[in-house]
Design a protein around this ligand. Sequence first.
Ligand SMILES: O=C(O)CCC(=O)C(=O)O
Ligand SMILES: [Fe+2]
Length: 378
Amino acid sequence: MGKYYVYSCRSRHHHFGCPYYSFHFDAQSNAARRLNSKVPISIYLIETSIAISANSIGTANRANGMAAVIHRVDLRGVKPGGQRWEEARAAVAASMEALGAVLVMHDALEADLRQALFGRAAPELFALPLGAKRSLISGPVNGYIGPRPSAPVYESVRAWETTNSGAIRNVGDVLWPHGGNPAFCDAVSAFAMNMLGLQRKVGTMILEGLGVGQGSVASHLDSLNYSIRLSHYGVSEAGAGMLMTSHKDGTMLSMVVQDDVEGLELQAQDGSWLAVAPEPDTVTFIAGDLLAVATNGRVPACVHRVSAPSGRERFSAQFVSMPKDGFTVRPFDELVDADHPPRYKPCDFDGYIRFRFAGDGRKLSDPLEAFCGVVNNE
Ligand SMILES: O=C(O)CCC(=O)C(=O)O
Ligand SMILES: [Fe+2]
């Protein structure tokens, strides 16, 4: 199984037998204080034209003469209601419908912050002794996935970010008990704040672009929670190969930022694999299962994987949305009509995660369909 096992798996799933939650301690008693970021959301400021370029990168299927491509949309300087908003929104929505993913050029990760995150914070974190990383909370706050036989060079840390305050829990106090690691916390916190703005912007574009009304989009955004995942792929003794097997994320919408080493690949609808170049100003948005539910199947969950073509050490950072506790995901009314009957029943996220990772869904190739798909008898 892929390492996305616990990708969506929160602490309260311990008792459901989630396999990677063996290390946990009390979040509250371990000074997991919140860190309020003072870093502003510094995006959308640069005026530039929208470049919607079709980048044929990676392996393209040319069997029918048509190469599958990943679309890249330049959102720098694009603001809601502004001149280029509608055009960019249409491009984002079209790519999500076709691929379940889109590449977005942005200003949300300036060189300094990028360096602070990938050049310092992530390497310092993963250089800690295994015991320290394992002591990281697998509670409602944070979690650690360590190397295991099926993925010997992969490790990943998740940190929760609260939507209300825009703050991130301070994993630094836990990992560095003697004085914390303010630089680490600042970098991760700033990353979270900037990605939050970009995720809300692109989330709005996707849904509005599909015809969902502004009120529905606003309440959808209010219903979301976010987490950050920092991942490290060490140098494999086996050399080049697959670091993370193909999978769909069980969540709503994932943003993947690669450091300077390639590896992320997306599967197009024709089955071909498209490699995403690690470009500093580009983030990959990937639809998870829950976005397929919310859009009544208009946006497919994107199958993706991580390979190691060069065998080099690799870091990535993700910012992922999922429903807040107690929110059920159901297809937007705007996307259901006589011609488009509901394809999914209301989906309880906790129930789905339990089914997919600890229940009967583990054995299925399409657990979402089995969990909440509406059987089409036509
Ligand atoms: O590291 C990456 O580029 C993507 C990782 C991923 O797909 C996941 O953690 O679910
Ligand atoms: Fe993933």
